[in-house]
Design a protein around this ligand. Structure first.
Ligand code: HXC
Ligand code: NAP
Length: 291
């Protein structure tokens, strides 16, 4: 069931949605579902050839309209040009999915100052650049409603070693989400975030689990429901949050991780390892202490 599309046909009809990092991985999966629901989308990232190929594939699969636009989200001037290109093509924009990201694992003391910066610049400043440019536009044209959806991670609230620049940046994105959800609600702009658990993509897995780390650390084992996420179930949630069905959800971060982060957090969760047949004995020992 969870691998099936969820929303009814036309749920995003005639919406124009910009998906940053939309030419690969999760951005491509979410964008494809937006198209199936009737949206027109702009996919944007640095690699134009990749975007063109992805756009052709997405159009062929869905029959929808995709505009590929090269844009490095680190550059505010490029973001403004990307917004203008969108407006020139479709006359309006209704949604922004801040999905572009950079990340790699590393002990923090090995990072140069610019290695730390590159992640902050893509994730936090990139999200800021798009949000500010689009927000100013929506406020200027007095658009009735618009939606921003930010992709964060569960370590935006727990923190995580070995991906410290990413955790720092994603925490900032989450703070921005909650802050602007309140400040810009008066302009009809809604802000929400999704914190996905492990959803395998080439971009993430090449940088987070290079070489035989994939075999060494089976991420599915960290997840109480016992599996990794499927792209469609993330796309279902993203489409819902982008659509008017979620009009009363604002400033929320929705975790979709099969319970992964809570498993890591709960103090006694290691007891999952205790075999069933040991519980009689353990109970007896505990009760025995009463006297
Ligand atoms: C240490 C590194 C490094 C590494 C790069 N650098 N890789 N340092 N270990 N593995 C350093 C470089 O030496 C340089 O510093 C600085 O970082 C910038 O590197 P460039 O290669 O010049 O940057 P750029 O070409 O802009 O590439 C950005 C990138 C790259 C982030 C490094 O990986 C990229 O393009 N990523 C985009 C896609 C991506 O990361 N997707 C995964 C998202 S996954 P110096 O000092 O030499 O100048 C994700 C999942 C979250 O977010 C949670 C999952 C569960
Ligand atoms: P991905 O395929 O590597 O996606 C990252 C995208 O960002 C790429 O399309 C990349 O395209 C684009 N990008 C990078 N730097 C950019 C820049 N400076 N300007 C514009 N675009 C840029 O990885 P993914 O797994 O799908 O990740 C998508 C999102 O999900 C990210 O926000 C990530 O943090 C989040 N997430 C993923 C997982 C997971 O398990 N996969 C878990 C939690 C959160 P170019 O290289 O062409 O620029």
């Amino acid at each position: 069931m969870y691998t099936q599309p969820m929303l009814k046909e036309g749920s995003l009809k005639d919406q124009v949605i910009v998906v940053t990092g939309g030419g690969s991985g999760l951005g491509k999966a979410m964008g494809t579902y937006f198209l199936e629901l009737g949206a027109k989308i702009v996919i944007t990232s640095r690699n134009f050839e990749k975007l063109q190929n992805a756009a052709a594939e997405m159009q062929q699969k869905t029959g929808g309209e995709v505009l590929p636009v090269a844009c490095d989200v680190r550059r505010y001037d490029q973001v403004e040009t990307m917004l203008q290109t969108t407006l020139d093509k479709w006359g309006r924009v209704d949604g922004l999915l801040n999905n572009a990201a950079g990340n790699f694992i590393s002990p923090t003391e090995r990072l140069s100052a610019s290695a730390f910066d590159v992640i902050i610049d893509i994730v936090l400043k990139g999200t800021k650049n798009c949000t500010l440019a689009f927000g100013k536009h929506w406020i200027k044209v007095k658009q009735e409603k618009a939606t921003v959806l930010n992709i964060v991670t569960t370590y935006a609230f727990t923190g995580s070693s070995y991906v410290v620049p990413s955790a720092t940046a994603k925490a900032g994105v989450l703070a921005m989400t909650r802050s602007l959800a309140v400040e810009w609600a008066k302009y009809g702009i809604r802000f929400n975030a999704i914190a996905p658990g492990p959803f395998p993509t080439k971009g993430a897995w090449d940088r987070l689990l290079p070489g035989d780390l994939k075999e060494k650390f089976d991420l599915a084992k960290k997840v109480p429901v016992g599996r990794e996420g499927k792209h469609q179930e993330l796309a279902n949630l993203a489409a819902y949050l982008m659509s008017d069905f979620s009009a009363y959800i604002n400033g929320e971060v929705i975790v979709i991780d099969g319970g992964e982060w809570l498993k890591g957090a709960g103090q006694m969760n290691m007891l999952e390892e205790v075999p069933k047949e040991m519980w009689d004995m353990l109970e007896m020992m505990i009760r025995g202490k009463k006297s």
